[in-house]
Design a protein around this ligand. Structure first.
Ligand code: ADP
Ligand code: MG
Length: 387
């Protein structure tokens, strides 16, 4: 659950600005246990929504203008039309992007007032942007009484990110923010957009995120480049088997038969994706068995692949992961999210969490002169009406 303080602040700000009573909605960020960059390759991922949220106060208005206020930036934005190419605060684009998707289907016939803020660290790989979109989509759907299926809201939120933020993200982030379930992770099939929940039982272990506090400017351009590289690899494999539609149709055997495929880069990228998909399968198997040691090993393997084959890591992430290798109380660690900064995900014994934080803070600070941040996270419910 989000802090009461956060909800109260937002709930109070709304009538100050708009002299009306809002509905309150909340949408969570997400983690991904394993299956990195596999969503847009039509493969499997294993995310969970987490106990970090964006909270929204929303109501329809008759002012003929959308009015948004960001608590965290202390910025106010009025929006007359939903055209893409306006000079606006960047955060406003996510809200507009969502409204624009609704409007594509039918005229909105109303404008919205929104006050929002949250405790999901921005740009840290926890998908604060997806929370922004899925929360707004949930609010609009509810206030207009549209009764759209959750999957429709997911797709609409994803489109908002593509068209208004320019990030060609897969479906995982918005899906997790909508479909999250308390105490559960889920295995999501990004080809069929279906999922299967299972309880996350970690016994004496906890999931800790460590925020590098860096986000290299490469992040979104490299992300789009990786998508293009994967598509190039698919085109190549299609010349061998016309049934192949994505890298999730390609076997490791086929890849190993084609080490020269069009170029060395496509080879490395495809190999990572196909191996990562095998690891997602293996992770669901070992989680069912409660074998956390094996899960931890898979996390390290994923990191290795992201570092050397998919090449989306950075020295800060590598450092934080490497530091845990000599800690027997840490079963596994990896970078999480798109890459080039953001957080590592760590499976840590609960008795060690204090030392974990102390040791990593000291060594990271010595090396990079940045104090990392630590978040203990738990699976939570997805986007919803709060009151
Ligand atoms: P991530 O989704 O990994 O957190 P992104 O770069 O995709 O990182 O999205 C971060 C952007 O989303 C911010 O720059 C901001 O525009 C918007 N955003 C997210 N959370 C908030 C918030 N609480 N208040 C205002 N804007 C936010
Ligand atoms: Mg994002």
């Amino acid at each position: 659950m989000f802090p009461d303080q956060l909800k109260n602040k937002i709930e109070q700000k709304f009538p100050e600005l708009f002299h009306a009573k809002p509905n309150i909605y909340a949408a969570p960020g997400r983690i991904n246990i394993i299956g990195e960059h596999t969503d847009y390759n039509m493969g499997f991922v294993m995310p969970a929504a987490i106990d970090k949220y964006i909270v929204f106060a929303v109501q329809m208005n008759s002012a003929n203008v959308h009015r948004f206020y960001s608590i965290d930036y202390n910025q106010y934005q009025e929006v007359q039309s939903l055209g893409k190419d306006q000079k606006l605060y960047f955060w406003a684009k996510y809200l507009m992007g969502v409204l624009a998707q609704f409007e594509k289907e039918q005229p909105l016939n109303t404008c919205f007032d929104v006050v929002f803020g949250g405790d999901i660290p921005l740009g840290a790989g926890l998908s604060s942007s997806a929370a922004l979109e899925s929360g707004m989509a949930t609010a609009v759907n509810h206030l207009l009484g549209l009764n759209k299926e959750p999957l429709e809201l997911v797709k609409l939120a994803q489109k908002a990110e593509h068209e208004y933020a320019g990030v060609m993200c897969g479906i995982m982030d918005q899906y997790a923010s909508v479909f999250g379930k308390k105490n559960h992770v889920f295995k999501l099939d990004c080809r069929t957009n279906t999922h299967h929940y299972f309880p996350l039982e970690l016994g004496d272990y906890e999931l800790w995120l460590v925020n590098t506090k860096v986000k290299h400017s490469l992040a979104s351009s490299e992300y789009n480049d990786r998508r293009a590289e994967c598509e190039r690899a698919v085109s190549y494999f299609q010349t061998h088997d016309s049934g192949i539609q994505s890298l999730s149709d390609v076997s490791l055997e086929l890849i190993n038969q084609h080490p020269q495929m069009p170029d060395a880069v496509s080879y490395k990228r495809s190999k990572f994706i196909v191996e990562e998909l095998l690891r997602v399968d293996e992770a669901s198997r070992v989680l069912d068995l409660g074998n956390l040691e094996e899960l931890g090993k898979l996390l390290y393997q994923t990191h290795h692949g992201l570092q050397h084959e998919y090449e989306v890591s950075c020295q800060e992430l590598d450092f934080l992961v490497d530091e845990t290798r000599i800690m027997p109380q840490v079963l596994g660690a990896r970078m999480m999210g798109g890459g080039f900064g953001g957080c590592t995900l760590n499976l840590v014994h609960k008795d060690f969490s204090g030392d974990f934080e102390k040791k990593l803070t000291t060594s990271y600070q010595n090396k990079f002169s940045i104090a990392p941040e630590f978040y203990l996270v738990q699976p939570e419910d997805g986007a919803r009406l709060v009151s």
